[in-house]
Design a binder for this molecule. Structure first.
Ligand code: CUA
Length: 345
């Protein structure tokens, strides 16, 4: 075995999934995250600029390639004639001027168009009645706080549909609890970096109900790829219903009593909040209404019984390097904790 082979073996074994587990199955079928199918005015402007840039680049490509092909054919070496050079144009003023001025004009046009696009969606302040949501990025999940509604949730941003006659955009203020992340839901808005000790803002006006997917798009550590964003745009009445449900304290259901006891007696409470209980940690997702979310572990797994069992048993098998340890509970205790989590509607 050569040194390269040996190195590959080492890398492969380091990347291998530990025995007895399989990599997380995809949560949902591939979603449309294309920048070419914008769902908001803000995303549409980005798409316009993108098409313009692609168009100009395509034009340059075609012109350059056409000249190249022409030159290859026209000036190929001919058997009948001796070697002949094309006319020498070195130092020609008009030609030098042309290939200096034209690219400058192209760059200026592209720069102006892009700048206008950025300013039109980035520095225009959202209308004063926009819904403020503060987004806090963590390794490796998203926290969403609604200051006006007093709601805290994670990974799934739920917003009301904006009425074109009376727009109610969503104004996000972005900050990070640790390293640099980037918030990007391509069909709704542009990409915005998320920094610690600094607040960035981004806003969009959701005019089509539906589910939109996004992803952290700045490498932020080992589980960067498992830091998904899900945005649910609901018609206003449904959104208001969601708000009321989120504002309620955690349900206390008899079937969850045993698991609740275990949950509250372990270190879970240091990181997670379940409103209405002593659990008030803020290092990890708020679990008060965990069952209102369709996924767990920031979109890594669907929110199902099996996946909750798997996650609570050992998060490191699902999301190696994440900050949640296995709590070393017995299998029956894990069943009870999961039964409790399943009561958190
Ligand atoms: Cu957070 Cu990449």
């Amino acid at each position: 075995m050569g040194p390269t082979r040996a190195a590959i073996r080492v890398i492969e074994s380091a990347m291998a999934v530990p025995a007895g587990s399989s990599p997380p199955a995809p949560v949902c079928p591939p979603q449309n995250t294309s920048i070419f199918s914008p769902a908001t005015e803000q995303a549409a402007r980005i798409t316009e600029v993108t098409w313009l840039v692609i168009g100009i680049c395509l034009l340059i490509f075609v012109v350059v390639e056409a000249l190249l092909v022409y030159a290859i054919i026209r000036y190929r070496r001919r058997r009948d004639a001796g070697p002949h050079d094309p006319p020498q144009v070195y130092g020609s003023g008009p030609i030098e001027l042309a290939w200096t001025v034209v690219p400058i004009l192209i760059v200026v046009v592209l720069g102006l168009v892009a700048t206008r696009g950025v300013f039109s969606i980035d520095t225009e302040h959202p209308p004063p009645h926009a819904l403020p949501v503060s987004v806090i990025a963590h390794q490796w999940w998203w926290e969403f706080r609604y200051p006006d509604q007093g709601i805290v949730t994670a990974n799934e941003l739920v917003v009301p549909l904006s009425d074109p006659d009376e727009p109610r955009p969503i104004a996000l203020s972005l900050q990070s609890a640790d390293v640099v992340h980037s918030f990007w839901v391509p069909r709704l808005a542009g990409k915005k970096d998320v920094f610690p000790h600094r607040i960035n803002t981004i806003w969009f006006d959701p005019t089509t109900a539906g589910v939109y997917h996004g992803q952290c798009s700045e490498y932020c550590g080992r589980q960067h790829a498992h830091m998904l964003i899900l945005v649910r745009v609901l018609p206003k009445p449904e959104w208001e219903q969601w708000v009321r449900a989120q504002q309620a304290p955690a349900a206390e259901v008899p079937s969850g009593a045993a698991g609740r006891e275990i949950f509250l007696s372990t270190a879970c409470v240091k990181c997670h909040t379940v409103r209405g209980t002593p659990a008030d940690g803020t290092f990890a997702p708020d679990l008060t209404h965990l069952q209102s979310r369709t996924t767990i572990a920031a979109g890594t797994l669907a929110n199902t019984h099996e996946n909750l069992l798997r996650w609570v048993t050992d998060p490191q098998q699902v999301k190696p390097g994440c900050n949640m340890p296995a709590m070393q509970l017995r299998p029956d205790q894990i069943e009870q904790v999961v039964a409790y989590l399943e009561t958190l509607h």
